[in-house]
Design a protein around this ligand. Structure first.
Ligand code: GCU
Length: 417
């Protein structure tokens, strides 16, 4: 009993404990004055304004994704027709770049429902732990591409190990996804770039750069989020070649830093017809001009490698940045997008995540579509929205079955209408 009471107290404290210098007072959050979306017509948005905003995100936040890295090669390395007790077919696909052999490539794990009558829509997302962490199946190969340990104490080491087998399975609702007629394609973000300050030395970014691991990180060049987002687009490339997948119905999903990544992937790659940000917070769906929870100053100090170098200029000076998160959400328009927050994830600024959807909604209106619909931050566990879905769920920073239920409902609603 005492242990349980202590655990409950510790959880409550960790969610609420103010970190020094971090504001959790809504009255002091500010951020009321946002960069203007400069809306005219849907046509003008598509032809001019959208590309301008995309470029601003390249130049100031995520860096430019290099073009022409060569045609990716896909090799189906294993197929298991009776995965998950016969519910699914599981495939592994190795994606590599023959023109850039210095990159070790990535292994996509694809689960397809066995009772499908034809090609199925597919959710695509990267995992923190690796393919073997996503599924409870015990025969999944371990990635060995994360070679150095993280030296920074504040960065959780996400190196794939035997100990992390199955540990992320509660975040992937695999059986629910498959039973509702969807496929899931996932890969390990560490195959693209190990996530710590020196990780880029063993990453795609170093492998494709002219100077290799001696590259100096420059203004406007891509950071780790850009590289991870590139990986998601290569998964989409493969999925469009797989006859069992409906390549016209691909969703991109990510949690936390990988939610920032799914937003950036969805912004750049319009083949993702549905974009999902799960608890993405600062640098993702949360308005950066609001001083609530994590800020630009904190994130650029703790995780500079996620962004382009230029972004560090906005530490303590977010108002000088020519973009804010409502514009990142707007880059998904007119495609459906979903933003999810959690009550005990104040670090990610749930209200700032809601407001970015609210302020992106006028872009959807240009296309005759309704965005987030609610004017005020909705009640807990009450999903709202039409083309921009939003909810704030009970609980902590995580991906839960409640979150997946909303994403699957949203996809079913949009993809059948
Ligand atoms: C840290 C970081 C967040 C990030 C999160 C995660 O908390 O400050 O910006 O979203 O890690 O990716 O888990």
């Amino acid at each position: 009993m005492r242990t349980l009471a202590f655990l409950a107290l510790a959880t409550a404290l960790s969610a609420q404990t103010p970190r020094p210098g971090v504001n959790y007072d809504e009255a002091k959050a500010g951020g009321d004055s946002l960069p203007d979306l400069k809306l005219t017509t849907a046509d003008e948005w598509t032809k001019t304004r959208r590309p301008e905003i995309l470029k601003l995100f390249e130049d100031h936040v995520f860096g430019k994704t290099p073009a022409n890295l060569g045609t990716p090669k896909f090799e189906v390395t294993a197929t298991k027709k009776d995965a998950l007790g016969g519910l699914a077919t599981r495939k592994f696909i190795h994606i590599s770049l023959p023109d850039r052999p210095a990159w070790q490539g990535m292994d996509v794990m694809l689960y397809l429902p066995n009772d499908a009558k034809g090609p199925v829509p597919c959710f695509c997302g990267l995992s923190f732990g690796g393919n073997h962490a996503v599924s409870k199946e015990t025969d999944i190969p371990l990635s060995t591409r994360w070679m150095r340990e993280s030296k920074e104490k504040h960065i959780v080491d996400h190196k794939a190990t035997e100990a992390t087998r199955g540990t992320e399975s509660s975040r992937w609702a695999l059986e629910m996804i498959l039973k509702r007629g969807f496929a899931l394609a996932t890969a390990y973000y560490g195959d693209i770039e190990p996530d710590h300050a020196d990780g880029w030395k063993d990453s795609l970014r170093a492998a494709v750069s002219k100077d290799g691991a001696d590259t100096v990180w420059k203004d406007g060049e891509w950071g780790a989020i850009g590289a991870w987002a590139w990986g998601l687009s290569r998964i989409a490339d493969y999925l469009q070649t797989d006859a069992q997948v409906d390549g016209k119905h691909l969703a991109v999903i990510g949690h936390s830093r990988l939610g920032k990544t799914s937003l950036w992937a969805g912004a750049q790659d319009e083949r993702f017809g549905f974009v999902i940000s799960n608890n993405s917070g600062e640098g993702g769906a949360a308005l950066m001009r609001r001083d609530f929870g994590e800020t630009t100053a904190i994130i650029t100090k703790a995780f500079p490698h996620w962004f382009t170098k230029t972004y560090t200029r906005y530490a303590g000076n977010a108002a000088a940045c020519p973009v804010d998160a409502h514009m990142l959400i707007a880059l998904a328009a007119p495609r459906p997008i979903y933003i999810a927050s959690a009550v005990d994830d104040q670090w990610a600024d749930p209200k700032g995540e809601f407001l970015s959807g609210k302020f992106a909604s006028p872009v959807y209106a240009l296309f005759g579509k309704k965005g987030v619909v609610a004017q005020e931050h909705p009640a807990i566990d009450q999903p709202v929205g039409d083309f921009i879905g939003y909810h704030i769920r009970t609980g902590k920073h995580d991906v839960t079955d409640f979150d997946w239920t909303q994403y699957l409902d949203f996809a079913s609603r949009h993809w059948t209408r």
